[in-house]
Design a binder for this molecule. Structure first.
Ligand SMILES: *Cc1c(COP(=O)(O)O)cnc(C)c1O
Length: 832
């Protein structure tokens, strides 16, 4: 079945060549833009709204990209080269317009063209609602990776889910988080184009049966009970100035006829409509849990839904007719972004064995060579385990296949370690407690050609602590690829003046070859360069100030050290430690231990969403807001300490916040943050890091040097040792007066109008439980903050360190991450 392309051979000369867009001149651009406004939006310029104008502009740029997308598809298809299938349940893309203008070099033309129409590009750009189809770092990583692959001319299809509602929009009511649905599609979705004719049917439920085929072979057949339709929506992923436009293909669920008429009361119209809603629920909403997934049935449906669509799509539509699937790994490597898409492994086995008639061993050889697995965590609660009851009910054939993969794997383990039954049980993909379930990380490890962690420390802990038996059995299977971020979005777009300064100084090759930032090192001591660098930071702060004033009514004071902690709210990330530092500074002034004039003027900015069901995280948000209210309004501080917590941290806000920051807070308990990517974005924009020896912080510090990084806290072995000995937080409370005074202040109701219970759970947790040992690192954190202030007082020294952070962190380009994947995992080639 071919679903893309004409049924018969085209004869017209223009049939195979994409019709190019005339938009690459100001006049052509204006004509296209007005044409889009008239024909797509159905308005004249004089009557158009800003949203009309934004949509017309987006369509103009999309049309321009479309010719290149068609050409990329044709070239890739003809070349029959190996592609990357990036399987990810999340893509946190951020706004599309700015990136598309940058990648196509249409920014100037669009600016001038719109000016001729009396319009302002920046106003139109700010109309865009970002597609928030991810929770945080993991989804943003996927977005950075597909950007890098397009820029490096590597064929890649990103596969995922077109959630109708992305990550919730966060608001605060009386300081508490309130979630609003993210209706990102409601004002139009100009960047996507559906291909309903390429829809895929996805089956669920039912049972399996054995039968004997015409050749007398015992076979299994899945008899599903219901199905839905997956409709592909394509998004273009443009490379930076190279003409390549890759594809992001997101699936949307729709009801099928069989669904309406089948098990749901044929003939009952109202019931059939309800059934339709049931089917469409599958792609309705992104689960807002980050790091602590809930084992919900709908989530498993989502996972299987997008993976089944994607495998079917690749095999049917991307490979030429008659392709021998024995050679599938010559043409695709599916990268599993965490365990969310791991159900793809039994799905490929099912396709090969049940549908294509492969022998089991043959199918396993192919399957084993088509997947690689990235693990993103060390937290046990983040490792997905699906109950066999649920899996068997929803995907009975897949459960059988998993059992068989497991049986054969355990036979191999027993052959390698004769008599070691305990080891075999430990390594089983099937957990027996607390209920029988499938350990998806183990399945991914057994099936993957490679297993990687996302920073050096994380990969080592993955080998030593999470999957030690597997790394003993297959040491060569394990590797590290340190994460990265795209310099196009997070430097070039987000920090235009710094980008110009860099390009004026060393040329513009750095945008696609970030290690070249090293050439800035000689300028770190140059007073003239330092002045320009500082002026840019000040400009970025003013830009942030106007944004926050308009967006949140927050007024940032001038001349403060801007201290920023933005990331999901999670206990392991320890926002509460940052908060204790603020409270402690405040308490010391209130109690007269220090004068307000002793404080380094400092504004702390938080940005963080909490999972809606995560009580401790939500209580912490409440406390941050209450502390902000108190601190910001108490004259005793003379305005020298401010706390700002703009709601709804997302990519759009990150792009404004990060370039303005002086200090980057990366203070997770060592051994808990797999990598972090926020840390990289900050360093590349010249913020200095205060951080623990965790995740990619370790590599940042090694690269920038100890003198330009504020290290504090226990390292991972010290954490392990303290954990083994027994962490007893109350001893820190009792022995450290400053810490004690800060905690007492919360307990006495200083931030809750005297209510001593409001934050009881937060304080109680810090004092009596806290798996993440915030109090153990408090003293060291406060000492490191004193060093921050000392350095900040010497602006030349600070600026020097800041420049060196930029110059020495080119390693953290996601282009470099992609090169590592290509060389060590995928073995694919760029097209040129
Ligand atoms: C980069 C990014 C993250 C990840 O931040 P960490 O500090 O690495 O957890 C989360 N959310 C958004 C919007 C981001 O841009």
């Amino acid at each position: 079945m071919r679903t893309y392309g004409p049924a018969s051979t085209p004869t017209h000369p223009l049939a195979t060549a994409p019709v190019s867009s005339p938009a690459h001149s100001v006049d052509g651009f204006v004509r296209e833009f007005l044409h889009e406004l008239n024909t797509n939006q159905g308005v004249t310029l004089s009557l158009s709204s800003v949203n009309d104008q934004y949509l017309a502009l987006a369509s103009t740029v999309k049309n321009y990209l479309m010719a290149r997308w068609l050409e990329t598809n044709r070239k890739t298809r003809d070349a029959k080269v190996k592609a990357v299938g990036y399987l990810s349940a999340e893509y946190l893309l951020g706004r599309q317009l700015g990136n598309a203008l940058l990648a196509t070099d249409l920014g100037e033309i669009a600016h001038k063209g719109l000016e001729l129409c009396g319009l302002d590009l920046a106003t139109l750009r700010s109309q865009e609602v970002e597609p928030g189809l991810g929770n945080g770092g993991l989804g943003r990583l996927a977005a950075c990776f597909i950007d890098s692959l397009a820029t490096m001319d590597v064929p890649c299809i990103g596969y995922g889910i077109r959630y109708e509602y992305g990550i919730f929009r966060q608001t605060f009511v009386d300081g508490r988080q309130v979630e609003q649905p993210d209706t990102w599609l409601s004002l139009g979705s100009p960047w996507e184009f559906p291909h309903p004719e390429a829809s895929v049917q996805v089956d669920f439920g039912g049972h399996t049966e054995k039968y004997t085929d015409d050749d007398g072979r015992e076979r299994t057949r899945w008899v599903p009970a219901w199905n839905v339709l997956g409709v592909p929506y394509n998004y273009m992923v443009p490379g930076y100035l190279n003409g390549r436009v890759n594809t992001l293909r997101l699936w949307s669920a729709q009801a099928t006829k069989a669904f309406d008429l089948g098990i749901f009361n044929a003939g009952d119209y109202a019931q059939a409509v309800r059934a339709q809603t049931f089917a469409e629920n599958i792609s309705k909403v992104l689960y807002p849990e980050d790091s602590t997934p809930q084992g919900k049935e709908l989530r498993l449906q989502q996972q299987y839904f997008f993976v089944a669509c994607s495998l079917r799509d690749f095999i049917n539509n991307e490979l030429e007719e008659g392709f021998d699937l024995h050679n599938l790994s010559d043409r695709i490597i599916f990268q599993l972004n965490d365990t969310h898409p791991v159900i793809a492994v039994p799905e490929l086995m099912r396709i090969l064995v049940d549908e294509q008639g492969f022998e089991w061993d043959e199918a396993w050889e192919v399957t084993k060579s088509c997947f690689a697995y990235t693990c993103h965590t060390l937290l046990p609660e983040a490792l997905e385990v699906w109950s066999t009851e649920l899996l068997g009910r929803l995907l009975p054939r897949h459960l059988e296949i998993i059992f068989q993969i497991n049986d054969e794997f355990l036979a191999e383990v027993r052959a390698t370690y004769p008599g070691d039954e305990i080891r075999a049980r430990r390594m089983s993909m099937i957990a027996e407690h607390p209920e029988r379930g499938v350990r998806m990380a183990y399945l991914a490890t057994v099936a993957g050609t490679k297993v990687n962690g996302v920073a050096a420390l994380h990969s080592q802990l993955l080998r030593d602590k999470v999957l030690p038996d597997f790394s003993q059995l297959w040491p060569e299977k394990f590797t590290n690829v340190t994460n990265g971020v795209t310099p196009r979005r997070f430097v070039k777009m987000a920090n235009p003046h710094l980008s110009d300064l860099i390009s004026d100084t060393i040329g513009n090759g750095w945008v696609t070859d970030l290690e070249r930032l090293r050439e800035l090192e000689p300028y770190a001591d140059d007073p003239e360069f330092q002045d320009k660098f500082r002026e840019i930071k000040a400009w970025n702060k003013r830009r942030l100030t106007s944004l926050l004033e308009a967006r949140d009514g927050i007024v940032l004071p001038d001349g403060h050290l801007l201290d920023v902690m933005v990331k999901r709210l999670h206990e392991y990330k320890r926002q509460s430690l940052k908060l204790l530092h603020i409270i402690s500074l405040y308490e010391q002034v209130v109690s007269g231990k220090i004068a307000a004039s002793d404080l380094t003027p400092r504004t702390v900015v938080f940005g963080a969403k909490a999972a809606p069901g995560y009580k401790m995280a939500k209580d912490t948000i409440h406390l941050i807001n209450k502390v902000a209210e108190k601190v910001n309004n108490d004259p005793v501080l003379e305005g020298r300490l401010k706390v700002a917590f703009p709601a709804n941290y997302n990519v759009t806000l990150a792009e404004k916040l990060i370039p303005a920051a002086d200090l980057s807070e990366q203070i997770s308990l060592a051994g808990m943050e797999a990598s972090g990517t926020g840390n990289m974005k900050f360093a590349l924009n010249g913020a200095l890091t205060i951080g623990t020896d965790d995740g990619a912080n370790v590599e940042i510090r090694e690269l920038v040097g100890d003198k330009h990084f504020f290290l504090f806290g226990m390292d991972e072995p010290a954490v392990a040792e303290l954990g083994a000995k027994g962490y007893n937080p109350i001893t820190y409370y009792e022995s450290q007066p400053q810490l004690r005074a800060a905690l007492d202040m919360v307990m006495n109701g200083a931030f809750s109008d005297g209510d001593q219970d409001m934050f009881g759970s937060v304080v109680h947790n810090l004092l009596h439980q806290d798996r993440f040992m915030a109090l153990a690192d408090f003293e060291s954190y406060v000492a490191a903050q004193a060093k921050v202030e000392e350095k900040y007082a010497d602006q030349a020294a600070w600026t020097r360190s800041s420049i060196l952070n930029v110059a020495r962190t080119g390693f953290f380009s996601s282009d470099r991450s992609m090169r590592d994947y290509i060389q060590r995992i995928w073995h694919t080639q760029p097209m040129i």
